[in-house]
Design a binder for this molecule. Structure first.
Ligand code: NAD
Length: 477
């Protein structure tokens, strides 16, 4: 059982007048965490305290800030097992996946510690007697509002990039993973000067208060609806907004690929982390020539997954984050079935404790069904049969989201058309989770705005200043 404390103005245990937040283990319903809820007043005080330390941290040499981030990475590495266990206890994912998320977070911290110290501005070529250059400066006070689905990896990226570029940060982790956020803040705080990082706990109201506060940047990873509310709130105070939001990523299965291999790719994309990944495969457009064999192989994959508590070794499919979310997923599946789709496997609520949901394959779907158009965020693979690659591309492109897309094809010309024509941030050809290190993209439409990852995230957290210096009276110094 975790008892979370807030960190405000460098003091642990401050605030919490907004009540108590309780988290239950999604595998068995037992209580895991108790956390305080920050009031809007506490948020305001935390922002004011953070602003008080901003100038000093901004003036700290970049190499010193980088060294502090290296120390933070070490502290997170020392707490890695504990962080992975807390993640699994709070949101249910298999322990090995949770540990991989922590390791990814540590690697990102180390990368930002190395990169930040070497990133500068540029010199300009003006009057030879003058000095002209452009230099990045910290933006000031950054609010970081994060989700529960991969809490350590996502938080480390934003916290690391914002801190190492000289900003002070207020972090509000998800109300579904507050203990994970608290353990992470403890590790960071041990490596940083007091007051540089604050931790606020609570739900959407606390997040909304933070987005509306006098901060310079609000970085939000989470749902599209919350991202839009945050952008509206932040607009009033003029804060810059970075949004990495929901997706409804398509997978296209072309006529010329091996349907068994394609089913393996689809299963990985739709069922990993019980489908609770922003770039999970949310809708599949399968060419009629291979659709039947593809769906049969996908059903086999779904049925074979070992379902169980995330802490149990060998579990491949943990529970969903909670029953509220499970009801939402199940509601979309049953609505599609009522509208003519066919559930080939799964689609039923299991008896017993927890928020388990089986890997589900639904075919005979239409492109206009909510199950296909909206983000489901569960282990559900809806299949729409198409008659041509052009039809698949057209459907894949027609979405309120624009995060990523996967195309399985043996045709180079189809691969070329796909990356040019799909209006999304990331296009992956023949590898559902493929991509090179340091890749970063701009999400489109409902999926957000700005770079949320990669070296470019360091630029998002700085403001560039242009400087011109010449001697008085046009003479010499
Ligand atoms: P969520 O937006 O409900 O919650 C995320 C955070 O935002 C939480 O800390 C929450 O308290 C806060 N929040 C919610 N409403 C708010 C409001 N009105 N004002 C301020 N803060 C608010 O999302 P979630 O359910 O935690 O996460 C799942 C979503 O996150 C999915 O849509 C998924 O696709 C998305 N996600 C996107 C990425 C990406 O990189 N694009 C990565 C991970 C998750």
């Amino acid at each position: 059982m975790y008892t979370v404390a807030q960190l405000i103005g460098g003091v642990w245990g401050a605030g919490g007048d907004g009540g108590e937040l309780v988290v239950f283990d999604p595998a068995d319903g037992t209580q895991v965490t108790s956390a305080p809820v920050a009031t809007a007043d506490e948020v305001g005080k935390a922002v004011a305290a953070a602003r008080g330390t901003a100038a000093q941290w901004a003036a700290t040499a970049p190499t010193e800030r980088a060294a502090a981030l290296h120390r933070a990475a070490e502290a997170v590495a020392e707490a890695a097992d504990e962080l992975a266990q807390a993640t699994t206890a709070e949101m249910g994912k298999p322990l090995a996946d949770a540990r991989a998320g922590v390791d990814a977070g540590i690697a990102t911290l180390r990368q930002y510690a190395e990169l930040a110290a070497t990133r500068g501005g540029r010199t300009l070529h003006g009057d030879p007697a003058a000095i002209d250059f452009m230099t990045p400066e910290p933006r000031g006070v950054v609010a970081v509002i994060t989700p529960w689905n991969d809490p350590v990896a996502v938080s480390c990226g934003l916290l690391g990039a914002a801190l190492v570029t000289g900003n002070v940060v207020l972090h509000k982790p998800s109300e579904r993973t507050p203990a994970t956020g608290w353990l992470l803040a403890r590790a960071f705080d041990a490596a940083l000067p007091a007051g540089v990082l604050s931790l606020l706990s609570g739900g959407p109201e606390t997040g909304a208060a933070l987005a509306a506060a006098e901060v310079d940047v609000v970085a939000h990873v989470g749902s599209t609806a919350a991202g839009r509310a945050i952008a509206t709130a932040a607009a009033a105070g003029g804060a810059k907004v970075l949004l990495e939001n929901g997706g409804s990523d398509p997978m296209i299965v072309d006529a010329d690929v091996d349907p068994i291999w394609a089913a393996g790719q689809a299963a990985q994309g739709a069922f990993a982390n019980a489908g609770q990944i922003c770039v999970a495969v949310e809708r599949i457009y399968a060419h009629r020539d291979i659709a039947e064999d593809f769906v049969a192989a996908l059903v086999e994959r779904a049925v074979a997954l070992r379902i169980g508590p995330g802490r149990q070794p060998g579990t491949e499919l943990g529970p969903l984050v909670d029953r509220r979310h499970r009801d939402q997923v199940h509601g979309q599946v049953t609505a599609a079935a009522a509208d003519g789709a066919r559930i080939r496997t799964g689609g039923t609520l299991p008896d017993g404790p927890g928020a388990f949901y089986p890997a589900t394959v639904v075919d005979d779907c239409r492109h206009d069904m909510t199950l296909v158009r909206e983000e489901t965020f569960g282990p559900v693979a809806p299949v729409v049969v198409v008659d041509s690659f052009s039809e698949a591309l057209r459907c894949a492109a027609d979405s309120p989201y624009g995060l990523a897309a996967t195309v399985l094809t043996g045709s180079m010309s189809h691969a070329q058309r796909a990356w040019r024509e799909l209006p999304v941030g990331t296009v992956k050809v023949n590898a559902v989770f493929g991509g090179a290190p340091a890749g970063a993209a701009h999400p489109r439409r409902g999926s957000g705005q700005g770079f949320g990852y990669g070296p470019e995230l360091l630029d998002e957290f700085t403001a560039t200043k242009a400087v011109h210096i010449e001697a008085p009276g046009g003479g010499h110094w």
